[in-house]
Design a protein around this ligand. Structure first.
Ligand SMILES: [Fe+2]
Length: 148
């Protein structure tokens, strides 16, 4: 099984995004551990947590991109939407009682590969826009705080 882990090359420099990406890699590890233990309840629970968290993370990224008026937001959202549909189909299969080990193996490979590629290609592209918008917010908040 290919291992997925967060490496420095994935760093966007946006703390909140980086910590969420790291959390997804932790979930991937948790899924692997549950598969090793062959604990079906744990496998289902962590696979579902991984799916939920990844979808929420993408939605969070979209709010950052919106706020930053990122010009390629529509295309990025489409990529997220396709991911969401796939992730939810795994969730449905788990709910339908399919072998959790089989589904979880697919989930971890699919999400692991998707995330590694997505961070390095699509996410890297929004970084300068989002960074700028966050800095702007920070500066205006500090101005209000100091000069009110
Ligand atoms: Fe993204």
């Amino acid at each position: 099984m290919q291992q997925f882990q967060w490496v420095a090359a994935f760093e966007t420099g946006i703390d909140v995004v980086d910590s969420q990406h790291k959390r997804i890699f932790e979930y991937l590890k948790e899924v692997d551990n549950a598969i090793k233990l062959q604990d079906n309840d744990a496998i289902k629970a962590v696979a579902k947590a991984l799916i939920d968290y990844s979808i929420s993370h993408n939605a969070f990224e979209e709010t950052l991109m919106e706020r930053a008026k990122y010009p390629v937001l529509a295309a990025h959202s489409k990529v997220h939407e396709a991911f969401r549909a796939r992730a939810l189909s795994y969730d449905k299969r788990l709910e339908a009682g399919e072998d959790p080990i089989k589904v979880a193996k697919e989930v971890r490979s699919d999400i692991g590969l998707w995330l590694t590629n997505h961070i390095q290609r699509d996410d890297k592209d929004y970084v300068p826009y989002v960074k700028k918008s966050l800095e702007g917010g920070f500066v205006s908040r500090m101005i209000k705080r100091c000069f009110a």
